[in-house]
Design a protein around this ligand. Structure first.
Ligand SMILES: [Zn+2]
Length: 134
């Protein structure tokens, strides 16, 4: 089905709490987000109402997982391995916080999601595509 909402149609139980639906999609390797059926906004993180217009008619959508690095911050804990926290602007029109697989990352780098499912909860991590928008 083709419509004018960002992302693509995805099947998820509509009575599930927003975070449970999001996690269920990640377990299937799908990066999900919501779209408002009234104002057409992309909504993230998952919630019960649209943050722009207040409507509660939110639909689950599948992201293609492609985005651009908005910011990157290297974290160097005293006793753990260092890692990089990033804000990613997804192509569907929302921003999310995540981690990236390497420290050499620049604002404007193109990235793709890689859902890591080996932990207790699946995590959407990002890897660079090698293409830069900067
Ligand atoms: Zn809305």
């Amino acid at each position: 089905m083709v419509d004018d909402l960002p992302g693509s149609v995805v099947d998820v139980p509509t009575d599930a709490a927003p975070h449970k639906a999001y996690t269920a999609l990640l377990e299937r390797g799908v990066l999900g987000f919501q779209a408002c059926s009234d104002c057409r906004s992309a909504i993230f993180p998952p919630r019960g109402r649209c943050h722009r217009c207040g409507a509660d008619a939110l639909l689950w959508r599948a992201s293609a997982g492609l985005g651009t690095v908005y910011s990157a911050t290297a974290i160097t804990p005293r006793v753990e391995r260092s890692y990089t926290v990033v804000l990613i602007d997804l192509d569907e029109g929302y921003r999310m916080m995540s981690r990236i697989d390497r420290s050499e990352v620049a604002i404007g780098d193109r990235v793709v999601v890689d859902v890591w499912t080996k932990g207790e909860e699946p995590l959407p991590l990002f890897i660079q595509t090698g293409v830069s928008n900067a």
